[in-house]
Design a protein around this ligand. Structure first.
Ligand code: ISE
Length: 335
């Protein structure tokens, strides 16, 4: 029977997941929309036939309305939702970041271990993008030789008013902190942030773009151009440099148009279309795994690792030179 999913948070990504579960995911339905804002809640309920609206997760739990929880609130609100969901023993898909700092992420690891099995999958959806998966295979196979360095670009047309400087790291580069070690098979040992010339179109409260340089344990060096005011569209690209070749993913694709003396290919406007396939595959894998009593993707430990890297990254926003990333040993539960 269908997994009854409670979606917590009906902002941009929450509303997108609600539509996804209603339209493309097999074996699941949205049974509850948990959203304190009545306008957002009402709008979300319109795309989730048969779902009930709640202001708090506890109310949905008391009503025995959900078998699993998808957390799509902003990161600072994840912990107060994660803890009751874990205590209820429910499978969880938690959008990134797991929580905004390593201490609260550690609290989540302890609560999950107390629950006795892995209940949390973290929404690092890039791992489900077919091109990222192909690049990972190429790196592991070493058919172009060993990986030497990665140039990544993460470009947003613009960001909402709620987007603060630390979010360049905690909400945006957070994805590279997960996916780069997954691609390269090696962990991040240091992070440095450099500032190029400021974009005059950047909102006053932000200083960006930034250039993030990560060192990996295996000697690979990674640079990430992080841009959130680049106007033209949404673009996430990666170029991997090997001993005998170069690979690129995330290039514009689709319809090509020659007209009026120009050549055009469409570009994405935001992450909902750029990563639509990845989100679909991620949510389907989570639903299937939840029914088997497990997870199928990044774990809470991955969320913790990334929180430690983000702490270093936020420090690097305000200091010069590399900031070390020191991870504790992985608890046996996650090894
Ligand atoms: C947002 O939270 C995301 O997850 C997007 O993938 C990212 O590109 C954007 O910068 C973030 O704000």
């Amino acid at each position: 029977s269908d997994l009854r999913v409670g979606v917590v948070g009906a902002g941009a990504i929450g509303a997108d997941h609600i539509k996804r579960i209603a339209s493309t995911i097999a074996g699941a339905r949205v049974s509850a929309v948990v959203e304190p804002d009545p306008v957002r809640r009402g709008a979300a309920l319109e795309s989730a036939a048969g779902a009930t609206g709640y202001a708090r997760l506890e109310d949905a739990l008391d009503a025995d309305a959900v078998d699993a929880v998808l957390i799509a609130t902003p990161g600072q609100f994840h912990l107060p939702v994660l803890l009751p969901a874990l205590a209820a023993g429910l499978p969880i898909l938690c959008e990134k970041p797991l929580t905004p700092d390593p201490e609260s992420s550690w609290t989540v690891l302890e609560a999950e271990q107390a629950a006795g099995r892995k209940l949390i999958q973290v929404g690092f959806m890039r791992r489900f993008d077919p091109e990222y998966a192909a690049l990972r295979q190429l790196i592991a196979a070493e058919s172009a030789g060993e990986l030497l360095m990665i140039h990544a670009a993460h470009r947003n047309a613009n960001v909402p008013d709620s987007y603060a400087q630390s979010m360049l790291i905690n909400d945006s580069v957070v994805h590279e902190f997960d996916v780069v070690p997954w691609l390269a098979g090696s962990s991040v040992t240091s992070v440095e942030v450099r500032y190029p010339k400021r974009n005059s179109l950047t909102p006053d409260r932000l200083r960006e773009p930034i250039l993030v340089v990560m060192e990996l344990d295996n000697g690979v060096l990674v640079d990430v151009e992080m841009n959130v005011s680049i106007q033209f569209g949404y673009q996430v690209t990666t170029e991997a440099v090997f001993e005998k070749g170069v690979a690129r993913i995330g290039q514009p694709s689709g319809l090509q148009l020659w007209q009026d003396g120009a050549f055009r290919i469409g570009e994405h406007a935001d992450f909902t279309t750029r990563f639509a396939t990845a989100y679909d595959r991620q949510v389907q894998a989570w639903v299937d795994a939840a029914k088997r009593g497990t997870i199928d993707g990044p774990s809470a430990w991955d969320g913790y690792r990334v929180a430690v890297a983000c702490r270093a990254g936020v420090k690097a926003l305000e200091s010069s030179g590399p900031v070390d990333v020191d991870l504790p040993d992985v608890p046996a539960f996650y090894a």
